[in-house]
Design a binder for this molecule. Sequence first.
Ligand code: C2O
Ligand code: CU
Length: 548
Amino acid sequence: RVTRHYKFNIQMQNVTRLCQTKNIVTVNGQYPGPRIIAREGDRLVIKVVNHVQYNISIHWHGVRQLKSGWADGPAYITQCPIQTGQTYVYNFTLTGQRGTLWWHAHISWLRVTLHGPIVILPKRHDSYPFPHPFKEVPILLGDWWKADTETVINQAMTTGSAPNVSDAHTINGLPGPLYNCSAKDTFKLKVKPGKTYLLRLINAALNDEMFFSIANHTLTVVEADAVYVKPFKTNIVLITPGQTTNVLLTAKSQHPNASFVIAARPYATGPAAFDNTTTTGLLEYKTKASLSKFNTKLPLFRTVLPKFNDTVFAMNFNKKVRSLNSAKFPAKVPKTVDRRFFFTVGIAILPCSNNQNCSGPNNTRVAASINNVSFVMPNTAMLQAHFFNKSKGVFTTDFPANPPVKFNYTGTPPSNIMATTGTKAVVLPYNTTVELVLQDTSIIGAESHPLHLHGFNFFIVGQGNGNFDPKNDPKNFNLVDPIERNTAGVPSGGWVAIRFLADNPGVWFMHCHLEVHTSWGLKMAWVVQDGKRRNHKLPPPPSDLPKC
Ligand code: C2O
Ligand code: CU
């Protein structure tokens, strides 16, 4: 086993996009941030030094953090932020995972510029369960905002229906030629005819699920959220914020001099505002780029991606993703369930007096909630409070297992749109098997919610449209080869059922990975207790753990 050291200097950097220069928060001056490469089983020691005026914390999205919850990173959940001038060393081992994950800031909306890939290669002498690629290429989908991050959040917090949309989508930080003066900022992937490439797709966008496609090329999906999947071919990949998807791309042998469009744009189902613009890059079969020949009027742009609200495509795509479930990589789906939960997830507009003193978090008009609880961030880290038995006044353990009013969505807003606020968690004994149904309420708009769970992979055993039917839907659950993920898209007006084994003691955040919904309160925490044996306990915190 190897230990790999990285140093992340958090520093400001001038970056120009869309003809405007902006001073942004970066790691080591890079945007997007540096790539972490390791092998399965390696230990990572990442020293983060904060040189900027903002509080910082970094999350290693999708890394299981088995008994290393102190290194998970969400601010006020597992740690207090790293303050200006402070240093924190994230120290953890990559156990039982290989594939693509990513890291991002987990405080405020700073992840918009603070993010980068984590590439976990198979153990030395281990191979992929698919043809070995000639080259591997991380592809981060992101977005660019002309306004500074603080302005963007404030707008999101105070306005009703999210008029705050990004100014461009990006591929590896580059908007591409469909945006004003961005032709020179175009991602280019140069390929050799006949060779196979592994594209490691990461959706780092703040608020948009994305479709991704390469004109005239078929992609083979081989991995999702660092879990091998049964390979399947598709022209379009759907990827929610937080998710990662590895695809194989085989360069054609008969196009030695051609260029093809790489395109990504949002999948969105509601009337709510979103950035529906398209970011493009180029797949080039020759060494010299000829951008003058890049005709943005090609019908290609209209045909290459589905309609922005193609829910049928989305549901079908998500159903196709299944665990490889081979002898070497079995899907260890919990076959029995100790505890069942039913969570409604949604957004509601709350009463205000004169448009002020509204009842949402920080007096906002809009609240997002799980089982009608709109989560309020504590002032100190929940994990420390839990570990030292000082949770009183920090959080309560009465997060409801079911919504306050039985959920029955009929197309008109049900009576249970009123959200209460609180810092509430569910407590699970060590090794509890959990089944959780996440039901979208679609009270305003009809957006899907990419729900992300820290500290675990879960199995998506079922999904469907409309109301979950507790009698009949479980009969169709897939307990054989469901996909194992850390982020699941809860379909707009539909549900997903997940199962996981609570074998990781600590405090684990669960939230919508649309930043705007998280800010409005669509989040909660699970507290997983220590087991009896010594190696079933969370070790004490490292001495440099930041203080609030
Ligand atoms: Cu990728 Cu809690 O986040
Ligand atoms: Cu959401």
